[in-house]
Design a protein around this ligand. Structure first.
Ligand SMILES: NC(=O)c1ccc[n+]([C@@H]2O[C@H](COP(=O)([O-])OP(=O)(O)OC[C@H]3O[C@@H](n4cnc5c(N)ncnc54)[C@H](O)[C@@H]3O)[C@@H](O)[C@H]2O)c1
Length: 253
């Protein structure tokens, strides 16, 4: 039976929710009753996902914003909090997925990827801190990756950002735990989302699926199910965890 925690009292801000893993998590959370703030730099995608949730009987607000822009992200968070009274969960999912060999990485690319992944995650955490209810506690879920802990060639910019997000997750778990805020990360592996398909061609995915210990690629639903678990009461003592949802990629090394 699918895990369906009652999230009807939860307001959740989720970034990069216009497509891929973010969209999948948002749809699943909405089915559990949560009110979603759908943040994406792609305003049309943001509107489309929000409309999809509402058409399905759920509750969502389209909140177009660039997570790298602190004031913009805090402004849409304030808009969501004004609508529901508070924010219980922030899911820092937005990222620019790009693999390049070291010599091709430009200052602009590195700055942009860092600004989205590291700064954006930091601003998302600040948004939760501003708007959570200390009586109820809060939750932050960040998005890590197996690349954070291994040396995959041609992924320097992306991997170092994901490594930073892992460190940030642990720091914030320790720093915000006493305030009743749990901070964890999901670490999905090899899910052929629109963004990831820009990194690997189908042949590479085919090859990779044969090397994953569970012998299949990840699916968006695998990650969404783990997200639901982290937000469920069953996970109430889990803090600072990097939850691998990768069929064993990280374990196999
Ligand atoms: N797909 C995988 O295999 C995989 C594996 C490990 C980790 N991840 C992580 O999961 C997350 C989602 O990845 P995905 O595969 O769904 O990617 P995706 O590219 O399909 O979706 C990313 C979404 O983020 C949005 N976005 C990008 N920059 C933004 C910004 N500055 N502000 C707001 N929104 C922005 C995009 O418009 C897009 O809708 C990312 O953090 C990624 O690093 C994915």
């Amino acid at each position: 039976m699918a895990l369906t925690p009652d999230l009807s009292q939860h307001t959740i801000l989720i970034t990069g929710a216009g497509r891929g893993l973010g969209r999948s998590m948002a749809l699943r959370l909405a089915v559990c009753g949560a009110t979603l703030g759908i943040v994406d730099v792609d305003a049309a995608a943001c509107e489309a996902v929000s409309a999809e949730i509402v058409a399905d009987g759920g509750q969502a607000l389209a909140l177009p914003a660039d997570v790298a822009d602190r004031e913009a992200l805090l402004a849409v968070a304030a808009q969501l909090a004004a609508h529901t009274g508070r924010i219980d969960v922030v899911i820092n999912n937005a990222m620019l997925l790009r693999y390049e060999p070291l010599e091709a990485i430009s200052a602009e690319t590195l700055t942009r990827m860092t600004a989205i992944g590291i700064n954006g995650t930091m601003w998302g955490a600040q948004a939760l801190l501003r708007h959570y209810d200390p009586q109820r506690g809060g939750n932050i879920i960040n998005m890590a990756s197996p690349v954070a802990n291994r040396g995959y060639p041609n992924t320097a910019a992306y991997s170092v950002v994901k490594g930073g997000i892992v460190t940030l997750t642990k720091v914030l778990a320790a720093e915000l735990g006493p305030k009743g805020i749990r901070v964890n990360a999901l670490s999905p592996g090899s899910v052929p989302t629109p963004g990831a398909l820009g990194l690997n061609d189908p042949a590479e995915y085919e090859r990779r699926s044969r090397t994953i210990p569970l012998r299949r690629l990840g699916h968006e639903d695998d990650n969404s199910a783990a997200c639901l678990f982290l937000l469920s009461p069953e996970a109430s003592f889990i803090n600072g965890e990097i939850l691998h949802v990768d069929g064993g990629i990280a374990a196999a090394g």
